[in-house]
Design a protein around this ligand. Structure first.
Ligand code: AMP
Ligand code: MG
Length: 351
Protein backbone atom coordinates (compact mmCIF):
# COMPACT_ATOMS: atom_id res chain seq x y z
CA UNK A 1 0.00 0.00 0.00
CA UNK A 2 1.26 3.50 -0.79
CA UNK A 3 1.45 5.70 2.32
CA UNK A 4 0.93 9.43 1.96
CA UNK A 5 2.38 11.81 4.58
CA UNK A 6 0.73 15.25 4.80
CA UNK A 7 1.50 18.16 7.08
CA UNK A 8 -1.61 19.20 9.03
CA UNK A 9 -0.44 22.79 9.58
CA UNK A 10 0.11 25.62 7.10
CA UNK A 11 1.72 27.88 9.69
CA UNK A 12 2.27 27.71 13.41
CA UNK A 13 -1.41 28.17 14.27
CA UNK A 14 -3.30 27.48 11.06
CA UNK A 15 -4.64 24.07 10.09
CA UNK A 16 -4.27 22.92 6.50
CA UNK A 17 -7.88 22.37 5.46
CA UNK A 18 -6.99 20.20 2.46
CA UNK A 19 -5.05 17.74 4.67
CA UNK A 20 -7.86 17.55 7.25
CA UNK A 21 -10.41 17.01 4.46
CA UNK A 22 -8.30 14.26 2.89
CA UNK A 23 -8.14 12.48 6.26
CA UNK A 24 -11.89 12.86 6.78
CA UNK A 25 -12.64 11.55 3.30
CA UNK A 26 -10.51 8.41 3.86
CA UNK A 27 -12.09 7.83 7.28
CA UNK A 28 -15.63 8.13 5.87
CA UNK A 29 -14.62 5.63 3.17
CA UNK A 30 -13.67 3.07 5.84
CA UNK A 31 -9.89 3.55 5.73
CA UNK A 32 -7.37 4.11 8.54
CA UNK A 33 -5.47 7.38 9.08
CA UNK A 34 -2.68 8.10 11.57
CA UNK A 35 -3.36 11.38 13.38
CA UNK A 36 -1.54 13.45 16.00
CA UNK A 37 -3.08 13.76 19.47
CA UNK A 38 -1.69 15.47 22.58
CA UNK A 39 -0.81 12.09 24.16
CA UNK A 40 0.77 10.07 21.31
CA UNK A 41 -0.11 9.57 17.62
CA UNK A 42 -3.23 7.45 17.06
CA UNK A 43 -4.26 5.15 14.22
CA UNK A 44 -7.89 6.10 13.59
CA UNK A 45 -10.88 4.50 11.87
CA UNK A 46 -14.68 4.95 11.92
CA UNK A 47 -15.73 3.49 15.29
CA UNK A 48 -19.10 2.44 13.85
CA UNK A 49 -17.60 0.46 10.93
CA UNK A 50 -16.38 -3.02 11.92
CA UNK A 51 -14.49 -3.55 8.66
CA UNK A 52 -12.63 -0.25 9.12
CA UNK A 53 -11.80 -1.14 12.73
CA UNK A 54 -10.46 -4.53 11.61
CA UNK A 55 -7.93 -2.64 9.44
CA UNK A 56 -6.47 -1.01 12.59
CA UNK A 57 -5.82 -4.43 14.14
CA UNK A 58 -4.29 -5.70 10.88
CA UNK A 59 -2.00 -2.66 10.36
CA UNK A 60 -0.66 -2.77 13.93
CA UNK A 61 -0.57 -6.55 14.35
CA UNK A 62 -2.64 -5.90 17.48
CA UNK A 63 -4.05 -8.86 19.46
CA UNK A 64 -7.82 -9.14 18.85
CA UNK A 65 -8.59 -9.15 22.56
CA UNK A 66 -7.16 -5.66 23.17
CA UNK A 67 -10.01 -3.09 22.92
CA UNK A 68 -9.73 0.38 21.36
CA UNK A 69 -10.43 3.86 22.70
CA UNK A 70 -13.20 5.81 20.90
CA UNK A 71 -12.34 9.49 20.33
CA UNK A 72 -15.04 12.17 20.26
CA UNK A 73 -15.04 15.95 19.81
CA UNK A 74 -18.26 16.86 21.71
CA UNK A 75 -19.52 15.68 25.10
CA UNK A 76 -23.00 14.97 23.66
CA UNK A 77 -21.55 12.16 21.50
CA UNK A 78 -20.78 10.19 24.68
CA UNK A 79 -24.51 9.51 25.11
CA UNK A 80 -24.58 7.55 21.82
CA UNK A 81 -21.71 5.28 22.87
CA UNK A 82 -22.71 4.28 26.40
CA UNK A 83 -25.88 3.07 28.15
CA UNK A 84 -25.84 5.88 30.69
CA UNK A 85 -23.70 8.92 31.56
CA UNK A 86 -23.21 8.88 35.35
CA UNK A 87 -22.59 12.01 37.47
CA UNK A 88 -18.94 11.04 37.91
CA UNK A 89 -18.40 11.04 34.14
CA UNK A 90 -19.90 14.53 33.86
CA UNK A 91 -17.65 15.82 36.63
CA UNK A 92 -14.55 14.24 35.07
CA UNK A 93 -15.42 15.63 31.64
CA UNK A 94 -15.88 19.13 33.11
CA UNK A 95 -12.49 18.90 34.79
CA UNK A 96 -10.35 17.08 32.21
CA UNK A 97 -11.99 17.03 28.75
CA UNK A 98 -10.71 17.79 26.26
CA UNK A 99 -7.52 16.15 27.53
CA UNK A 100 -5.56 12.97 28.29
CA UNK A 101 -8.30 11.09 30.19
CA UNK A 102 -10.17 7.99 28.96
CA UNK A 103 -13.33 6.84 30.74
CA UNK A 104 -14.67 3.30 30.65
CA UNK A 105 -18.45 2.92 30.78
CA UNK A 106 -21.02 0.24 29.87
CA UNK A 107 -21.28 0.28 26.07
CA UNK A 108 -24.37 0.97 23.96
CA UNK A 109 -25.56 -1.27 21.11
CA UNK A 110 -23.72 0.96 18.61
CA UNK A 111 -20.30 -0.26 19.78
CA UNK A 112 -19.24 -3.36 17.91
CA UNK A 113 -17.49 -6.42 19.29
CA UNK A 114 -14.40 -5.37 17.31
CA UNK A 115 -14.01 -2.06 19.20
CA UNK A 116 -14.66 -3.39 22.70
CA UNK A 117 -12.93 -6.75 22.06
CA UNK A 118 -15.95 -8.55 23.39
CA UNK A 119 -16.14 -6.60 26.70
CA UNK A 120 -19.45 -5.09 27.85
CA UNK A 121 -17.76 -1.69 28.24
CA UNK A 122 -16.29 0.96 25.95
CA UNK A 123 -13.38 3.37 26.47
CA UNK A 124 -14.04 7.00 25.42
CA UNK A 125 -11.77 10.07 25.26
CA UNK A 126 -12.11 13.63 24.01
CA UNK A 127 -8.67 14.70 22.75
CA UNK A 128 -7.43 18.28 23.02
CA UNK A 129 -5.10 18.34 20.01
CA UNK A 130 -6.53 20.76 17.38
CA UNK A 131 -5.69 18.37 14.51
CA UNK A 132 -7.38 15.38 16.18
CA UNK A 133 -10.45 17.49 16.94
CA UNK A 134 -10.61 18.92 13.41
CA UNK A 135 -10.38 15.43 11.87
CA UNK A 136 -13.15 14.02 14.12
CA UNK A 137 -15.38 17.02 13.31
CA UNK A 138 -14.67 16.93 9.56
CA UNK A 139 -15.31 13.17 9.39
CA UNK A 140 -18.47 13.61 11.48
CA UNK A 141 -17.68 10.30 13.18
CA UNK A 142 -16.38 9.01 16.48
CA UNK A 143 -12.96 7.52 15.77
CA UNK A 144 -11.60 4.32 17.29
CA UNK A 145 -7.86 4.85 17.69
CA UNK A 146 -5.10 3.00 19.52
CA UNK A 147 -1.53 4.27 19.45
CA UNK A 148 -0.09 4.37 15.91
CA UNK A 149 2.83 1.95 16.45
CA UNK A 150 3.37 -1.68 15.57
CA UNK A 151 1.92 -3.66 18.46
CA UNK A 152 4.53 -4.07 21.22
CA UNK A 153 6.85 -1.23 20.22
CA UNK A 154 6.97 2.17 21.96
CA UNK A 155 4.09 4.53 21.11
CA UNK A 156 5.04 7.19 18.52
CA UNK A 157 5.30 10.81 19.61
CA UNK A 158 6.01 12.18 16.15
CA UNK A 159 5.08 11.44 12.51
CA UNK A 160 8.52 10.05 11.64
CA UNK A 161 8.14 7.25 14.19
CA UNK A 162 4.66 6.48 12.82
CA UNK A 163 6.23 6.28 9.36
CA UNK A 164 8.99 3.95 10.62
CA UNK A 165 6.38 1.53 12.00
CA UNK A 166 3.41 1.82 9.63
CA UNK A 167 4.47 2.96 6.15
CA UNK A 168 3.08 0.55 3.59
CA UNK A 169 0.36 -0.43 6.07
CA UNK A 170 -1.82 2.71 6.20
CA UNK A 171 -2.90 5.11 3.42
CA UNK A 172 -2.26 8.42 5.24
CA UNK A 173 -0.19 9.84 8.09
CA UNK A 174 -1.05 13.40 9.18
CA UNK A 175 2.02 15.18 10.54
CA UNK A 176 1.03 17.56 13.34
CA UNK A 177 4.40 17.92 15.08
CA UNK A 178 5.46 16.40 18.41
CA UNK A 179 2.92 15.09 20.93
CA UNK A 180 3.07 17.19 24.09
CA UNK A 181 2.19 14.68 26.83
CA UNK A 182 4.26 11.84 25.34
CA UNK A 183 2.53 8.89 27.06
CA UNK A 184 -0.95 7.49 26.42
CA UNK A 185 -4.04 8.75 28.25
CA UNK A 186 -4.99 7.92 31.82
CA UNK A 187 -7.65 5.16 31.72
CA UNK A 188 -10.25 5.12 34.52
CA UNK A 189 -13.15 2.72 34.76
CA UNK A 190 -16.49 4.02 36.03
CA UNK A 191 -18.15 0.68 35.35
CA UNK A 192 -17.41 -0.67 38.87
CA UNK A 193 -18.68 0.58 42.24
CA UNK A 194 -15.45 2.45 43.03
CA UNK A 195 -13.72 4.30 40.15
CA UNK A 196 -10.40 2.61 39.38
CA UNK A 197 -7.36 3.72 37.38
CA UNK A 198 -6.40 0.97 34.94
CA UNK A 199 -3.60 2.89 33.26
CA UNK A 200 -1.90 6.05 34.61
CA UNK A 201 -1.24 8.96 32.24
CA UNK A 202 -1.17 12.75 31.96
CA UNK A 203 -4.15 13.20 34.33
CA UNK A 204 -2.82 12.06 37.71
CA UNK A 205 -4.44 9.87 40.38
CA UNK A 206 -4.15 12.83 42.75
CA UNK A 207 -6.14 15.05 40.33
CA UNK A 208 -8.80 12.36 39.87
CA UNK A 209 -9.24 12.04 43.65
CA UNK A 210 -9.78 15.80 43.91
CA UNK A 211 -12.79 15.46 41.60
CA UNK A 212 -14.22 12.05 42.55
CA UNK A 213 -13.06 11.42 46.13
CA UNK A 214 -12.29 7.71 46.36
CA UNK A 215 -10.29 6.35 43.40
CA UNK A 216 -8.50 3.00 43.40
CA UNK A 217 -5.40 2.11 41.41
CA UNK A 218 -5.50 -1.29 39.70
CA UNK A 219 -2.84 -3.78 40.78
CA UNK A 220 -1.63 -4.12 37.18
CA UNK A 221 -0.45 -0.48 37.16
CA UNK A 222 2.61 -1.23 39.29
CA UNK A 223 2.91 -5.01 39.24
CA UNK A 224 3.14 -7.86 36.78
CA UNK A 225 -0.10 -9.81 36.64
CA UNK A 226 0.14 -13.31 38.10
CA UNK A 227 -0.44 -16.16 35.66
CA UNK A 228 -4.17 -16.83 35.23
CA UNK A 229 -5.32 -13.42 36.55
CA UNK A 230 -7.59 -11.58 34.09
CA UNK A 231 -6.41 -8.05 33.22
CA UNK A 232 -9.10 -5.37 33.78
CA UNK A 233 -7.41 -3.45 30.96
CA UNK A 234 -6.29 -6.08 28.43
CA UNK A 235 -3.49 -3.81 27.15
CA UNK A 236 -1.71 -4.01 30.51
CA UNK A 237 -0.99 -7.71 30.18
CA UNK A 238 1.21 -7.49 27.10
CA UNK A 239 4.94 -6.89 27.06
CA UNK A 240 4.64 -3.38 25.88
CA UNK A 241 6.49 -0.26 24.89
CA UNK A 242 9.53 -2.45 24.45
CA UNK A 243 12.65 -1.48 22.53
CA UNK A 244 14.98 -4.22 21.27
CA UNK A 245 17.48 -3.45 24.06
CA UNK A 246 17.23 -5.30 27.37
CA UNK A 247 16.43 -2.77 30.08
CA UNK A 248 16.91 -3.10 33.84
CA UNK A 249 15.58 -0.38 36.16
CA UNK A 250 17.99 0.38 39.00
CA UNK A 251 16.32 1.94 42.04
CA UNK A 252 18.42 4.02 44.43
CA UNK A 253 20.36 7.28 44.60
CA UNK A 254 22.61 8.49 41.77
CA UNK A 255 25.67 7.37 43.80
CA UNK A 256 24.16 3.89 44.30
CA UNK A 257 23.28 3.71 40.58
CA UNK A 258 26.83 4.64 39.51
CA UNK A 259 28.33 2.11 41.91
CA UNK A 260 25.97 -0.60 40.63
CA UNK A 261 26.54 -0.06 36.90
CA UNK A 262 30.04 -1.38 36.29
CA UNK A 263 29.58 -2.52 32.65
CA UNK A 264 31.23 0.28 30.65
CA UNK A 265 29.71 -0.98 27.38
CA UNK A 266 26.18 -0.77 28.72
CA UNK A 267 23.89 2.14 27.91
CA UNK A 268 22.32 4.23 30.62
CA UNK A 269 18.83 5.75 30.46
CA UNK A 270 19.50 8.64 32.80
CA UNK A 271 17.93 11.90 33.93
CA UNK A 272 18.82 15.10 32.06
CA UNK A 273 22.04 16.62 33.40
CA UNK A 274 23.57 13.21 34.25
CA UNK A 275 24.72 12.32 30.71
CA UNK A 276 28.38 13.22 31.30
CA UNK A 277 28.73 10.62 34.06
CA UNK A 278 28.39 7.73 31.61
CA UNK A 279 30.11 6.54 28.43
CA UNK A 280 26.81 5.79 26.62
CA UNK A 281 23.81 7.72 27.88
CA UNK A 282 20.36 8.74 26.67
CA UNK A 283 18.48 11.16 28.94
CA UNK A 284 14.73 11.17 29.51
CA UNK A 285 13.92 14.39 31.37
CA UNK A 286 15.01 15.87 34.69
CA UNK A 287 14.84 13.89 37.95
CA UNK A 288 11.53 14.37 39.83
CA UNK A 289 9.92 16.00 36.76
CA UNK A 290 7.30 13.44 35.70
CA UNK A 291 5.91 15.62 32.92
CA UNK A 292 9.30 16.16 31.29
CA UNK A 293 10.09 12.44 31.62
CA UNK A 294 6.74 11.46 30.04
CA UNK A 295 7.39 13.79 27.12
CA UNK A 296 10.80 12.16 26.49
CA UNK A 297 10.43 8.49 27.49
CA UNK A 298 9.23 6.84 24.27
CA UNK A 299 11.62 8.91 22.11
CA UNK A 300 14.47 7.92 24.41
CA UNK A 301 13.54 4.22 24.08
CA UNK A 302 13.58 4.51 20.28
CA UNK A 303 16.91 6.42 20.38
CA UNK A 304 18.47 3.58 22.40
CA UNK A 305 17.56 1.19 19.59
CA UNK A 306 18.84 3.63 16.94
CA UNK A 307 22.18 3.79 18.79
CA UNK A 308 22.39 -0.01 18.88
CA UNK A 309 22.04 -0.41 22.65
CA UNK A 310 21.90 -4.05 23.77
CA UNK A 311 21.97 -3.69 27.57
CA UNK A 312 20.45 -0.66 29.27
CA UNK A 313 20.35 0.38 32.94
CA UNK A 314 17.63 2.93 33.70
CA UNK A 315 17.31 5.47 36.49
CA UNK A 316 14.03 4.91 38.35
CA UNK A 317 11.35 7.65 38.16
CA UNK A 318 9.20 8.74 41.13
CA UNK A 319 5.86 6.96 41.34
CA UNK A 320 3.85 10.09 42.12
CA UNK A 321 2.02 12.51 39.79
CA UNK A 322 2.76 11.92 36.10
CA UNK A 323 5.80 9.93 37.31
CA UNK A 324 3.44 7.01 37.97
CA UNK A 325 2.67 6.85 34.23
CA UNK A 326 6.39 7.02 33.42
CA UNK A 327 7.15 4.18 35.86
CA UNK A 328 4.22 2.10 34.52
CA UNK A 329 5.57 2.31 30.92
CA UNK A 330 9.23 1.89 31.86
CA UNK A 331 8.65 -1.21 34.02
CA UNK A 332 6.89 -2.84 31.02
CA UNK A 333 9.64 -1.76 28.62
CA UNK A 334 11.99 -3.46 31.10
CA UNK A 335 9.81 -6.62 31.21
CA UNK A 336 9.59 -6.00 35.00
CA UNK A 337 13.38 -6.28 35.57
CA UNK A 338 13.94 -4.05 38.62
CA UNK A 339 16.83 -4.08 41.08
CA UNK A 340 17.55 -1.99 44.16
CA UNK A 341 21.13 -0.69 44.27
CA UNK A 342 22.59 -0.46 47.79
CA UNK A 343 23.91 2.91 48.95
CA UNK A 344 27.74 2.84 48.65
CA UNK A 345 29.76 3.31 51.86
CA UNK A 346 30.63 6.91 52.86
CA UNK A 347 33.69 8.23 51.03
CA UNK A 348 33.41 5.86 48.05
CA UNK A 349 34.51 7.81 45.00
CA UNK A 350 32.36 7.79 41.88
CA UNK A 351 33.95 7.53 38.48
P1 AMP B 1 -3.82 2.15 23.23
O1 AMP B 1 -4.74 3.22 22.79
O2 AMP B 1 -3.13 1.37 22.19
O3 AMP B 1 -2.85 2.71 24.19
O4 AMP B 1 -4.72 1.09 23.98
C1 AMP B 1 -5.91 1.40 24.66
C2 AMP B 1 -5.84 0.95 26.09
O5 AMP B 1 -7.14 1.08 26.68
C3 AMP B 1 -5.45 -0.51 26.22
O6 AMP B 1 -4.62 -0.68 27.36
C4 AMP B 1 -6.78 -1.19 26.41
O7 AMP B 1 -6.68 -2.43 27.06
C5 AMP B 1 -7.57 -0.15 27.21
N1 AMP B 1 -9.02 -0.30 27.00
C6 AMP B 1 -9.73 0.03 25.91
N2 AMP B 1 -11.03 -0.29 26.07
C7 AMP B 1 -11.14 -0.82 27.30
C8 AMP B 1 -12.24 -1.36 28.05
N3 AMP B 1 -13.49 -1.39 27.56
N4 AMP B 1 -11.99 -1.83 29.28
C9 AMP B 1 -10.73 -1.81 29.80
N5 AMP B 1 -9.66 -1.31 29.13
C10 AMP B 1 -9.86 -0.84 27.90
MG1 MG C 1 -0.81 1.27 22.40
Amino acid sequence: MHTEMLSAWTGEHELKTAAIERAAELLRAGETVAIPTETVYGLAANAFDETAVAKIFAAKGRPQDNPLIVHIAAFETLGELVTEVPQGAKRLADAFWPGPLTMILPKSGKISHAVSAGLSTVAVRMPKHPVARAVIEAAGLPLAAPSANLSGSPSPTNAKYVWDDLHGRVPLILDGGSAQVGVESTVITLADVVPRVLRPGGVTVEQLREVLGEVEVDDAVLHQLKAGVRAASPGMKYKHYAPRAEITIVEGTLAAFCAYVQDKDAFVLCFSGEENLFAHAVAYGKAHDGEAQAARLFDALRELDEQGAKTVYARCPDKTGVGLAVYNRLIRAAAFRLVRAPQPAEGTRQS
